[in-house]
Design a protein around this ligand. Structure first.
Ligand code: ZN
Length: 150
């Protein structure tokens, strides 16, 4: 295993073992649920939105390390992000995973264009069945954001 693979594996395992923002919200929040039957993964997301920005978020998830680590990394990034940056982050993640096609202009000044720990998941592209695992939290987030705008 190359050094980079090892580093990536460590990042994924750390998020899997110590998921960020695990729990539920109380009060006024938006709830979305997703599941990936091909692997048995589940993801439950609560977000609190004020104006155009996610001000708080919590998740519960069950399933494989790829789905849960992807969700934990996502939770690390989304709080404090305005909708436009969130949509950009989702798009950039899907570009990296070859789920969507298009340009990915990386601009370090824009929070939606910096994937950070999420880059550890790019090795998953080699395993098409597992791409759905990595995408599950993001599909759930998209569902939650659609509830905000719709
Ligand atoms: Zn899975």
């Amino acid at each position: 295993m190359s050094g980079l693979d090892e580093l990536y594996r460590e990042v994924i395992l750390d998020h899997y073992r110590n998921p960020r923002r695990r729990g539920t919200l109380s009060g006024d929040y938006i709830h979305a649920e997703g599941n990936n039957p091909s692997c048995g993964d589940e993801f439950f997301l609560d977000i609190e939105v004020s104006g155009d920005t996610i001000t708080d978020a919590a998740m519960q998830g069950y399933g494989c390390s790829i789905s849960q680590a992807s969700g934990s990394m996502m939770m690390d990034k989304i709080v404090g992000m305005p909708m436009s940056d969130l949509r950009e982050l989702i798009h950039n993640f899907k570009l990296m995973m070859s789920i969507e096609e298009g340009d990915s202009p990386v601009d370090e000044d824009r929070p939606g264009s910096v994937l950070g720990d999420l880059e550890a998941l790019q090795g998953v592209r080699k395993f098409p069945v597992r791409i759905k695992c990595a995408d599950l939290p993001w599909a759930t987030l998209t569902d939650a954001l659609d509830q905000v705008s719709g």
